[in-house]
Design a protein around this ligand. Structure first.
Ligand code: DO4
Ligand code: MG
Length: 278
């Protein structure tokens, strides 16, 4: 089951058919522990239509309402190695090694809904940063009781120059207008997403692929439920919450994004999130 938030209304895609879901409030709709079963029942009592499919082609919005977006860090070896390299000069490199092996994961506040862009919208790089990358991340949607009921593609846009200068600059490297993208839908499976699911990143510049890579989500060091349990220890989320699970793909150190680059993040079962750098 896929749930799309569009400019024209909410659409569910189930067994290749498209249904309108008559809900006024996105947050109330998605923040239910039985979301999958609720949507199966809702689609069983309405008629599918090609018109609803067309809504998902031209009017897609980020699948977010009033939720906060949080992110996890250094959950894949590749991320640990890249951060250690970029912060060598500042002497901050051993933070990353230690957090990779620690019980407590790195979790940080990424974005308010206003800083999140949806499919087709522009992501941004900071004017005061000269080394910037996208981070393609499986993103969990967790209800207010702490249950993972959905998944989407996430882009944790990051300034490597600011983060590398000093690990204490992380919030500035990670949180700014247009620094997060989510979409194209909320994927709501009956059972948790398969461990062998692949995430793929492609960056196109002047119609040429300048970087492509993929990784399976089972290369992640931590369990999704482990990340959620730390996040929910002392924070409550009235409307549920999005949690990016960290990147396993980092372009080589000589790569930086440029205005006009097209970033596509694809996750099996969910779809492709495409954004252009403003
Ligand atoms: O430790 C800094 C951020 C890490 C991160 O965003 C990631 O691993 O995806
Ligand atoms: Mg990240």
């Amino acid at each position: 089951m896929k749930l799309y938030k569009t400019r024209f209304g909410i659409v569910a895609e189930f067994e290749s058919k498209f249904y309108s879901i008559p809900a006024d409030d996105w947050d109330e709709l998605v923040n239910r522990d039985n979301l999958h079963d609720f949507l199966v029942t809702a689609t069983a009592i309405t008629q599918p239509s090609d018109e609803y499919q067309s809504w998902t082609k031209s009017g897609l919005l980020a699948p977010i309402g009033r939720q906060e977006v949080w992110a996890s860090g250094v959950t894949y070896l590749r991320s640990r190695d890249a951060r250690m390299e970029e912060s060598k000069k500042s002497g901050g490199d051993n933070f990353y090694d230690r957090v990779y092996d620690a019980d407590r994961p790195e979790l940080f506040f990424k974005a308010t809904p206003e800083r999140v862009v949806g499919p087709g919208a522009n992501v941004r790089i900071r004017a005061d940063s000269n080394w910037n990358v996208p981070e393609p991340e499986l993103t969990l949607f967790i209800t207010s009781t702490g249950k993972i009921v959905g998944y989407t593609c996430g882009n944790d846009m990051s300034s490597r120059s600011i983060e590398g200068e000093n690990p204490l600059y992380l919030p500035q490297a990670k949180s700014y207008d247009g620094s997060a993208a989510l979409g194209p839908c909320l994927y709501v499976p009956e059972t948790p997403i398969a461990p062998e699911t692949q995430i793929r990143l492609e960056i196109i510049r002047d119609e040429q692929a300048v970087f492509t890579n993929s990784i399976a989500i089972n290369q992640m060091k931590r369990q999704h439920t482990e990340l959620v349990s730390f996040l929910y220890r002392e924070c409550s989320f009235a409307h549920g919450c999005f949690l990016m699970t960290g990147t396993g793909i980092v372009p080589p150190d000589d790569f930086t994004l440029r205005a006009g680059d097209e970033i596509s993040i694809s996750i099996e079962g969910i779809g492709t999130l495409t954004n252009v750098v403003a």
